[in-house]
Design a protein around this ligand. Structure first.
Ligand code: SF4
Length: 527
């Protein structure tokens, strides 16, 4: 039975706060395809609102899969200044969904399908799997697994986990113990590391920091709640071979008219994971801080399929991943900090070779690289910068230095010392080409004070090519959010200055708006 939004007698019904796109970049699209490929019938309920919406496909034979999708519903619905996006003329319009969509959908399913099994997944569930600070409540919340009353939580990318859960459910086996999932349990099996309990972490900021430092996807972790524990089973080993299979599936790439992925219809993901250590990003606790690159053959085969698509016009929208130029930087020998490790292959040979072959695929006129480029890595390969500038960007390369104050950059976990060197090299390699650099910046990050903000503003005014800036938003489970809530850097337990005051943030924002206006940017302003 094909994947469908109508009918009944499905094994698994996926309930999503985002439109279903049959596309490898759509979380619900990928989960539906891998289950279908493993012989399970899949029904999809998109953006349900009424009781009828939740009941239209009947009860699943095995379980409901619930997701808010590729973004946390609170991030989706509110600007960094906590304005509801639909009421904010400046805000980037998103597909509005219920606040805390995962919880709302689970409670609705519990009302209409007593005793059904519910599996939750996606960014919202994944990064709220333990005790976390919630910016919108301005308070600490407990694991979403408890608030949603779901049976299993899948964290990170969930293809391997959902297949295993479906098999176990089909075979009547218990769902506890699947790597890459969390459950609620009265007991803690052997081999689990105990995080500080919820009550303690919520009451004591040094304990909150201790919890933050213990978060990892490669460990079995347990956290105590009143009469229960949330157990995390360590993440399964995703391989290039498995990713090649996931991306080889028969996605139609037809998009919902209101899909946010429309601009990425012909984008190709080359790898997963990121070896960056940015404090404000939680990709490492979602996808992992190791690179898993697809094979060149698999990527070129996908492009070969795209060329035959009826809506394809010769342009690959993006060839990339979390950081485009980390493709091929797979290592995984140890758990160390790859960016400062001499063993890391910084040659960029794999990505250069891939780019050259991708643009030679028959029917391809242009291959864009729109994913972020890590300049502190790219600087190691002038050939990569040259190829990128000559064939894969149009008019400008966007990089994200985020800030210019060494102290703030240190707290952000971002490099800064080689930016000038990169600018010089890019300039030299692009003499007479008209290609330029444009910058993404972040304001309001913990540790930023008046002086460092003035430093950023002065530098940004001098550069005059700011692409965009964002006001720091504390999202669940990041190191920066821990700093924001506790006023401490969890890595050193040193105090960190944090701006909480709304008026100050507003002033900061207005300063940057003026600079943006002078930078002639066309982007929406997200504040
Ligand atoms: S050896 Fe170096 S590059 Fe490899 S995983 Fe360890 S830290 Fe990363």
């Amino acid at each position: 039975m094909p994947i469908s939004t109508s009918g009944n007698n499905f094994d698994i019904i996926l309930v999503s706060a985002e439109w279903w796109d049959d596309h490898p970049l759509s979380p619900v699209g990928v989960i539906a395809r891998v289950l279908d490929a493993k012989g399970f019938s899949v029904g999809i309920i998109e953006k349900p609102e009424t009781p009828e919406d939740f009941q239209k496909l009947g009860a699943p034979g095995l379980f409901f899969g619930v997701t808010a999708g590729s973004i946390d519903s609170m991030m989706n619905n509110y600007t960094p200044m906590k304005h509801r996006r639909e009421n904010d003329p400046h805000a980037r319009k998103q597909n509005i969904m219920p606040d805390r969509a995962t919880i709302v959908y689970c409670n609705a399913l519990r009302r209409h399908f007593k005793g059904c099994t519910i599996v939750i997944g996606g960014i919202e569930a994944s990064l709220r799997r333990f005790t976390h600070y919630d910016y919108w409540d301005n308070d600490v919340r407990r694991s979403i697994l408890l608030d949603s009353r779901a049976d299993v939580l899948v964290y990170g990318n969930g293809e391997m986990q959902i297949i295993e859960l479906a098999r176990r459910a089909r075979d009547g086996k218990e769902l506890a113990g699947v790597p890459g999932t969390c459950i609620v349990s009265k007991d803690v099996p052997a081999g689990f590391e105990m995080l500080p309990g919820h009550a303690l972490a919520a009451a004591d900021k040094s304990k909150f920091c201790e919890m933050q430092n213990m978060f990892s996807i490669s460990k079995n972790l347990a956290q105590e709640y009143d009469r229960n524990h949330v157990l995390q089973y360590s993440y399964p080993k995703y391989t290039a071979k498995f990713l090649d299979w996931v991306y080889s599936l028969d996605y139609s790439r037809f998009m919902h008219p209101d899909s946010l992925l429309r601009m990425a219809q012909f984008s190709v993901q080359t790898h997963r994971g990121c070896i960056g250590t940015c404090s404000f990003c939680s990709l490492g606790l979602h996808q992992g801080n190791r690179i898993i690159s697809r094979s060149q053959e698999s990527i070129l085969a996908e492009i070969g399929k795209i060329v035959k698509h009826s809506e394809f016009r010769g342009v690959i929208d993006d060839l990339g991943g979390p950081s485009a130029n980390m493709y091929g930087m797979d290592c995984g020998i140890c758990g160390g900090d790859c960016l400062s490790c001499e063993k890391l292959d910084r040659s960029h040979k794999p990505i250069i070779e891939l780019m050259r072959k991708a643009r030679k695929v028959r029917g391809v006129r242009k291959v864009f690289v729109r994913s972020g480029v890590r300049y502190d890595l790219a600087i190691e390969s002038p050939v990569y910068i040259e190829e990128l500038s000559k064939f894969h960007i149009s008019g400008c390369l966007k990089v994200a230095p985020e800030h210019f104050s060494p102290r703030v950059l240190g707290l952000m976990g971002k490099p800064g010392e080689r930016l000038e060197e990169f600018v010089q090299l890019f300039g030299k390699l692009n003499t007479g080409t008209g290609q330029s650099l444009r910058y993404y910046l972040m304001i309001g990050h913990p540790g930023e004070d008046r002086a460092s903000l003035d430093e950023l503003v002065k530098k940004a005014e001098g550069l005059g090519n700011i692409e965009n800036f964002q006001l720091f938003t504390p999202t669940p489970m990041t190191v920066s959010t821990c700093m924001y809530w506790t006023g401490l850097d969890p890595r050193t337990m040193e105090p960190v200055k944090v701006v909480y005051d709304y008026r100050t943030k507003k002033r900061m924002k207005e300063k940057m708006l003026d600079i943006l206006d002078d930078s002639e940017t066309t982007q929406h302003k997200d504040y």
